[in-house]
Design a protein around this ligand. Structure first.
Ligand code: GLC
Length: 585
């Protein structure tokens, strides 16, 4: 049948469709169990210092993952209880967004103690147990180091604000106002309003890129650097495998505090937008990050992942460092900003990462706790969000580099945005309503099963409402459905771990097609073709345009059919096959 949507059967053997062998989710499960027993398999790879190049990293927002003590917010025990889900999915590392003690103004991104666990989430013993239970399952734990700012309740800031002569005064950025009642310059906070707050105790202003409760640390003070590097060492010594570094682009500010140029348009909070040339992407951060890399390199296998917003290729290159001596994995976040799927746009951005001049390792993310979920962003009205979820999953997991997968994406979860300002939890959503509704919608509880509150807890009102689709979109029901988004992700991740082509190069093919993104993954041990129809129309790709001589076996497909010299794809169809290349590399 033309344009058949491939039904993935639950049979354990290889499935044959039109004479082509197709791997099934269960087929992969079986083969992966066998593979793990042999030497040289994925488990062995994980022990190597470059484990992260073979890894799928999974982002967990602890408040929203699983609430073991039934108080409405998630916790570390909840994560431990669900490690087997992560094991079955095939992830190799979890990145926990901040679980340190915090007044929770920015839900943990306002840290009041970098060396402890917020009692809402558990305690250090729970974290140690998470590390140990993760290790048993081949899953490493990465924490989120909030380097730009602390909470205003951190002991450093409380001392700093107490007097101009406090030994901690220079841990933060204090200045006199321009005139009475006027901040030192025109900088606006990323979260709206002036980036300066007046503190009457000492009659000076302090700088905050984000909320006033998040005062910026002064990285020009070597004592700040030492204190933060000591924090990093302390966690490395405890078995933490690395950090996602929060908001690195704002670590430094212009020492002369020059005004930013303003733009004609307004931001969501009613202030003129600014070109943040004096308080974002200051070059000094690179030297500081390179010094942090030297600390990290003393601990074999530890990694630095960056929250790195880079609109220009040079900015990304700079984060790798001139000799690949800065961040191992600066996340390429530009794809999260793409308003629609477009093969041409995605192709050119992916190539910019692929061609970075220092040979830095690509790290891709399509969704996170600050961004509308990908299936939500990209599903046109009236079309299936599951089809789009499968397409974006195929992209993320089959690209060269390390994918960072946001929790719930493996279920095809959608945003559940607040409809009334009084329901909003995220402060920027209350300040910016209705232009900016905040980030609650992408942070709703993980959907585990069809019971009350989706199995997030035993019935207490969760801090955010569960998505309205939870009765069917949840781990338990998707596990049982061979065509689910969950089984698709499991099959994709197994394919990536087990097929040698996915350790190989990325070669762009079918380059002139505005609708179908095509690439080969090429290694000496095999080649795979990936075709992704990013359009809501049917499409057809000739194997010649894909540099393919013959298709050996279709490994995964959704809404795609191979016929003689063409592949036909339904809207958002995906075709992944083992192939022979037409031309020699
Ligand atoms: C990063 C985090 C975001 C947080 C901000 C301030 O962008 O991802 O959630 O609000 O930093 O820490």
């Amino acid at each position: 049948m033309m344009f058949a949507v491939l039904a993935i059967s639950t049979a354990t053997g290889p499935l044959t469709v039109n004479g082509q062998s197709v791997s099934t989710p269960n087929g992969h499960t079986n083969s992966s169990k066998q593979a793990r027993k042999k030497p040289g398999n994925r488990a062995t790879q994980r022990n190597a210092a470059d484990w992260w190049k073979h890894a799928v990293v999974y982002e967990i927002y602890p408040r929203s993952y699983a609430d073991s003590d039934n108080n409405g917010t998630g916790d570390l025990k909840g994560i431990i209880d669900h490690l087997d889900h992560l094991r079955a999915l095939g992830v190799d590392a979890v990145w926990l967004t901040p679980m340190f003690p915090s007044p929770q103004v920015d839900f943990g991104y306002d840290v009041s103690d970098y060396q402890a666990v917020d009692p809402r989430y558990g305690n250090l013993a729970d974290l140690d147990r998470l590390v140990a239970e993760g290790r048993k399952r081949g899953i490493k734990v990465v924490l989120d180091l909030v380097v730009n700012h602390s909470s205003d309740q951190h002991a450093w800031f409380r001392a700093s604000r107490s007097s101009r002569t406090s030994p901690y005064r220079e841990f933060y950025i204090w200045r006199d106002g321009k005139a009475a009642g006027q901040p030192p310059n025109n900088w606006t906070s990323i979260f709206g309003g002036s980036a300066w707050k007046f503190d009457p105790t000492t009659n000076q202003w302090y700088h905050h890129q984000f909320y006033p409760e998040q005062p910026d640390l002064n990285w020009r003070n070597p004592k700040v650097e030492k204190a933060m590097f000591d924090v990093a060492r302390w966690w490395f010594d405890r078995g933490i495998y690395g950090f996602r570094l929060d908001a690195v682009d704002t670590m430094f500010e212009d020492p002369q505090l020059r005004d930013n140029p303003t733009l004609p348009e307004m931001d969501a909070y009613g202030e003129p937008r600014q070109r943040r040339i004096y308080n974002v992407l200051m070059p000094e951060m690179h030297a500081a990050l390179q010094r942090l890399r030297r600390v990290t390199d003393q601990y074999p296998g530890r990694v630095l992942i960056g929250e790195t917003w880079t609109s220009k290729p040079d900015e990304l290159v700079a984060y790798y460092g001139p000799r690949n001596n800065e961040l191992h994995m600066p996340m390429y976040l530009e794809l999260t900003k793409m308003p629609a799927l477009s093969a041409s746009e995605f192709r050119s951005r992916i190539e910019a990462v692929e061609n970075n001049s220092v040979g830095g390792w690509p790290t891709f993310a399509l969704s996170n706790h600050d961004i509308h979920r990908a299936a939500d962003r990209y599903t046109p009205p009236g079309m299936s969000s599951d089809d789009v979820a499968k397409l974006v999953g195929a992209l993320l997991i089959t690209l060269r580099g390390t994918p960072v997968l946001y929790y719930g994406e493996e279920l095809g979860m959608l945003n559940n945005d607040p409809t009334r300002v009084e329901d909003v939890q995220d402060v920027i959503g209350r300040k910016g309503w209705p232009n900016e509704k905040g980030r609650d919608g992408e942070r709703t509880p993980m959907q585990w099963d069809g019971s009350a509150n989706a199995g997030f807890n035993n019935g207490t009102k969760p801090w955010l409402p569960v998505g309205p689709d939870y009765a069917t979109r949840n781990v338990a029901s998707e596990q049982a459905d061979p065509n689910s988004v969950l089984n698709w992700y499991r099959a994709l991740i197994r394919l990536r771990h087990e097929h040698p082509a996915f350790s190989g190069d990325y070669v762009s093919v079918n380059r002139n097609d505005p609708n179908v993104l095509g690439y080969l993954r090429v290694s000496s041990k095999g080649t795979a073709l990936v075709l992704l129809n990013m359009s809501p129309q049917q499409a057809q790709v000739s194997l010649a345009d894909a540099d393919v001589k013959q298709v050996r076996s279709v490994r995964l497909a959704r809404g795609a059919q191979h016929e003689a010299s063409d592949v036909r794809l339904e809207p958002f169809g995906v075709f992944i096959a083992e192939v022979d290349r037409a031309t020699a590399p």
